[in-house]
Design a protein around this ligand. Sequence first.
Ligand SMILES: Cc1cc2nc3c(=O)[nH]c(=O)nc-3n(C[C@H](O)[C@H](O)[C@H](O)COP(=O)(O)OP(=O)(O)OC[C@H]3O[C@@H](n4cnc5c(N)ncnc54)[C@H](O)[C@@H]3O)c2cc1C
Length: 322
Amino acid sequence: MKILVVAETLDDGIDPVSLELLTAARTVAETTDEVVAIAFAETSSTPAESLGSADRLICVEGANTDTLTPEAIQSHVLEILECETPELVLVAYSAMGLDLASWLAARAEMGLTAYVNALEHEEGGKIVAHSQLYGGKMLARTELALPNVLSITPGNFPEAPRTAAEKVEAFEPKPLENCQIQLKSLQSPELEGVNLTTSDRILCIGRGISDENGVEQARQLATLLSADLAGSRPVVDGGLLEKRRQVGKSGQKVKPKLYIALGVSGAPEHLEGMAGSEKIVAVNTDPDAPIFNVAHYSVNCDLFDFMQALGDRLEESPAETG
Ligand SMILES: Cc1cc2nc3c(=O)[nH]c(=O)nc-3n(C[C@H](O)[C@H](O)[C@H](O)COP(=O)(O)OP(=O)(O)OC[C@H]3O[C@@H](n4cnc5c(N)ncnc54)[C@H](O)[C@@H]3O)c2cc1C
């Protein structure tokens, strides 16, 4: 079996999600199977130094930010797919992957399995994918029909080691015709004030916080904890916190030493931004909340009782900083 992994690059090298995809591929690959990675980068670039867990790396040459539109990515990957004819294609459930996975599956007439957070190779050669659907409220087990495109939720597989690829091939894509989208410029959001990506302690509030009074209590607790206050998307969309404090797929990816989640359900899009935190404490009244699957400490109680109890304790003996 051949497994194709579509890697993603960042300005300063490889997106860690690409290394997670390689681990996912290795989870189902037998010793005789081949794992092939695709990177939109030159053969001499950082991706080639990092994607050595693949048996072979195909570098799409000349793919820079001026040309790398969703249409271009789709066309280049399809071209490679037609040459390689893999049984499985692994794509991240990311901004790029969201565009790519379903388009590719339809075009190449492959199955599509989305929101995958675990993979198993069962006896008899069956490959089983586990997915979290509806924000983690439903768990699906899918016996894969091959060929299949898997859209993998980031934050669920450990990163494969960053080693240099031994077999690197340059791929010159066909020129694109009739492109409807052109990239004019790339603008990164401003991150003035708090920068959650470097925080050691984060107190994150979810929809369970209810209103501004709840946010104010959480703000006071964050101060006592020497933690930065963050929120899930509904909290930010509801105007209770600024956008730069959002954790998750469309917010910040964080890896603090301590992450306390209050009234956060643990939807895949939230977990994607915080599952790599060193210690996760989750407080939720729902004993089945998916956040408990990634928490190191699960507290099944009302978050307001928790805030009160922890706040009282910290006032008696303040938290050490650092
Ligand atoms: C493309 C895309 C991108 C997205 N990006 C993000 C993102 O960046 N970040 C993000 O967070 N989400 C993102 N989402 C949304 C995501 O799917 C979820 O809807 C969201 O994470 C849910 O937020 P929540 O956990 O705060 O709310 P809910 O899912 O409503 O959960 C609230 C939780 O609070 C608990 N609760 C309620 N009251 C209390 C109480 N008094 N005490 C204790 N527990 C209580 C409930 O049991 C529940 O589990 C994205 C979705 C899409 C489709």
